[in-house]
Design a protein around this ligand. Structure first.
Ligand SMILES: O=P(O)(O)OC(CO)CO
Ligand SMILES: [Mg+2]
Ligand SMILES: [Mg+2]
Length: 296
């Protein structure tokens, strides 16, 4: 059978690698003593979006435009949901049309502080189903890819989630997010306390949803959960997890319910047992959906 989206996926891999080179040179330059003055100039270019801790830089915007322009030249009819385009007022509605879902820098706070985990994340959906996902972990120089029904890979090597079924023998990844609303923070802390006290071996967070999900796919952590992320954070990573044998769910009820890319809530785990246990421990809340028109 002809694999109609392979050309698009090959383009995504090239675009992510080129975008990653732009991100990495920016992040690394801040680590080099002799260019402190340049780094200070960079500091002044840090801007904020929904809150004072929701950061964006000119590099995020530049990288997103580079990716979108290169895709438009090759696939002029395709649509886009890009983090920085949405921040600038573009709509964030997932239709049945072929759609590139782009997070130009996943881990902008890491990027600004030279904390060395940043990724370029490109998901591609058709009929609201993710067909391929590409996550380039720039500073690790690792290219994670997945094509629906064809497995997940890191630099061409197949990925497989952990086979650990006992959550008490597990590491769980999560993040604190960018909301500083005290009620949301209380719920995040309550969930974290519940998960820690199961007890689990540990809780970790790379500072990027995409890399956290690639860690699940690689078998390094058993699960990742977060409330408050966006569709561009998880579109690519979700397929990478499921193609590596993992499961995805929302945080509704006892069994989580199916993953809804726009709901801003996700549990991605190696197994249904561990995912459902995390769902039971989460103090769930519903931030405004990504496709809610008046969310900004
Ligand atoms: O750095 P970004 O793209 O804002 O993403 C954050 C979550 O929203 C880290 O995953
Ligand atoms: Mg992101
Ligand atoms: Mg981003």
């Amino acid at each position: 059978m002809v694999d109609v989206w392979q050309t698009a996926m090959d383009h995504a891999v090239g675009a992510a690698r080129r975008a990653g080179q732009v991100c990495c040179s920016g992040a690394l330059i801040r680590c080099v003593d002799q260019v402190v003055r340049e780094a200070l100039q960079d500091d002044r270019k840090v801007m904020t979006k929904s809150s004072s801790v929701d950061l964006v830089t000119q590099t995020d915007q530049k990288v997103e435009q580079l990716i979108i322009q290169s895709v438009k030249e090759k696939f002029p009819t395709h649509r886009f949901i890009g983090e920085e385009s949405v921040a600038a007022g573009e709509s964030c509605v997932l239709t049945d049309a072929p759609t590139w879902i782009i997070d130009p820098i996943d881990g902008t706070t890491n990027f600004v502080h030279a904390f060395p985990f940043v990724a370029v994340s490109i998901g591609f959906s058709v009929n609201k189903q993710v067909e391929f996902g590409v996550v380039f972990s720039c500073l690790e120089d690792k290219m994670f890819t997945a094509r629906r029904g064809k497995g997940a890979f890191c630099d061409g090597e197949p990925l497989q989630v952990s086979d650990q079924e006992d959550i008490k023998q597990s590491i769980i990844a999560t993040e604190f997010g960018s909301s500083r609303d005290p009620e949301a923070v209380d719920r995040i802390f309550s969930s974290l306390r519940n998960v820690l006290c199961i007890p689990v071996h540990g809780v970790r967070g790379a500072g990027t949803a995409a890399i956290n999900m690639c860690l699940v796919a690689s078998g390094c952590v058993e699960a990742y959960y977060e409330i408050g992320i966006h569709v561009w954070d998880i579109a690519a990573g979700s397929l990478i997890v499921s193609e590596a044998g993992g499961v995805l769910m929302d945080v509704d009820g006892k069994d989580g319910g199916p993953l809804d890319l726009m709901s801003r809530r996700i549990v991605a785990a190696n197994s249904r047992t561990i995912a459902e246990r995390i769902v039971r421990e989460i103090d769930a809340f519903g931030p405004p959906r990504d496709d809610e028109p008046l969310r900004r």
